[in-house]
Each structure stands twice: as structure tokens, then as C-alpha cells.
Design a protein around this ligand. Structure first.
Ligand code: APR
Length: 178
């Protein structure tokens, strides 16, 4: 199966996909940004489910139902805080995508939407984060995955342009016309 990887612009809570990925913090008890938006839209039952999980280390992922979201599931992952790039941030960000996709695979999901993990409050440079996101997703789906579609959902037009540019560059590189 060839997995479609696409950049879309919008509010991730509106997407009718099998799972949306939340850019959470290690407590899993909500926050602002996409974390706040997902908790607000999913409703208070999400907080109860997260409380029962009891936290999530950076780079790992946990799954809950989507509750009031159109998405059936929410995969919570915790991105690294950007500290200049030589404190293991690239590997931890890649792990967020890999571990989220592993959970999607184990739940036999077909469509997953990611936000631009770590590029907001955690200050990861969007162009670097986009490259890691696309490379991690491509590597995962190349190893035979049942995913039909992975969406990179960017909230701002600027981020959408950055992620689209990274996707074009990656495609160009794959074709060898970089
Ligand atoms: N839909 C899609 N993307 C969104 C939405 C939304 N509704 N709201 C914000 N974003 C985008 C931001 O514009 C940014 O590009 O998500 C990206 C990630 O930004 P943050 O949500 O700030 O996440 P992150 O940088 O990973 O920081 C995580 O922030 O909210 C707290 O509890 C969270 O402590 C954690 C930290």
C-alpha cells in the first residue's frame, strides 16, 4: 500500500480521521496551543482518560479515544523543547512521529493527522521540524504500513508553506532531481 502524505492547513480538531496527534506535555494534563484546542473540543472525558494514563515521557506516545472529536482516537506525544539542536532534539522529535505511527499501526488505523509538533511553545525551528517529520513518516511507511493517508495539519499559512516546501524538497530528492 502506498501511503499518501499531504500537508493541509486548518484546525486539527475538525479533521475526520482515524486519529489526530496531540502535541502534549509530559503530564498529559492539557495546555495551550494544539493541546488546549484538542482538550477543549474533545471534552472533559479526555482529561479523565489522560489522568488515568499518568503522563508520557518526551518522544513517546499514548493513545486515548477521541471522545467529542470527529477523530476516533487521539495519539498524545510529547515533543522536545528546542535548545539549539545538540541536546538530542532531532532524535526525540523523530521518535514522536515513529512512536505515534507505531500506535496507529497497532490499532490498525488508516488515516492519521499530525500537527507541527514542537514548533510552537517548544520553539523548534519549523523548517528543521518539517524535514524530520517528513523523513520519519516516509521511513516508517516504507517499511510496509497499512496507512492510507498521513496528514501534516498546519495551523498557520506560513507553517503550511514551510511544510509543503519540505515535502517538495523531499520528493525532489527521492526522484534525484534535488
Ligand atoms: N490545529 C493544528 N495546529 C495547531 C492548532 C490547532 N488547533 N493550534 C496550534 N497549532 C499549531 C501551532 O501553530 C504550532 O505550529 O501546533 C504547532 C505546535 O505548537 P504547540 O501547540 O505550541 O505545541 P508544541 O510547540 O509542541 O508545545 C507543546 O505547549 O500547549 C502546550 O501542553 C503543551 O506543554 C506543551 C507545549
Amino acid at each position: 500500500m502506498t501511503t499518501e502524505l499531504r500537508v493541509v492547513r486548518g484546525d486539527i480538531v475538525t479533521l475526520d480521521v482515524d486519529a489526530v496527534v496531540n502535541a502534549a506535555n509530559t503530564t498529559l494534563l492539557g495546555g495551550r496551543g494544539v493541546d488546549g484546542a484538542i482538550h477543549y473540543a474533545a471534552g472533559p472525558a479526555l482529561m479523565e482518560a489522560c489522568r488515568a494514563i499518568g503522563g508520557c515521557p518526551t518522544g513517546e506516545a499514548r493513545i486515548t479515544p477521541g471522545f467529542n472529536l470527529p477523530a476516533r482516537w487521539i495519539i498524545h506525544t510529547v515533543g522536545p523543547v528546542w535548545k539549539g539542536g545538540d541536546r538530542g532534539e532531532p532524535r526525540l522529535l523523530a521518535a514522536c512521529y515513529e512512536n505515534s505511527l507505531l500506535l496507529a499501526k497497532s490499532h490498525k488505523l488508516r488515516t492519521v493527522a499530525f500537527p507541527a509538533i514542537s514548533t510552537g511553545a517548544y520553539a523548534y525551528p519549523p523548517a528543521l521540524a518539517a524535514g524530520i517529520a517528513i523523513d520519519s513518516i516516509r521511513r516508517f511507511v516504507a517499511a510496509a504500513s497499512d496507512l492510507e493517508q498521513v496528514l501534516l495539519c498546519c495551523y498557520s499559512g506560513e507553517d503550511a508553506s514551510t511544510y509543503k516546501r519540505a515535502l517538495r524538497m523531499e520528493a525532489g530528492g527521492a526522484r534525484g532531481d534535488r
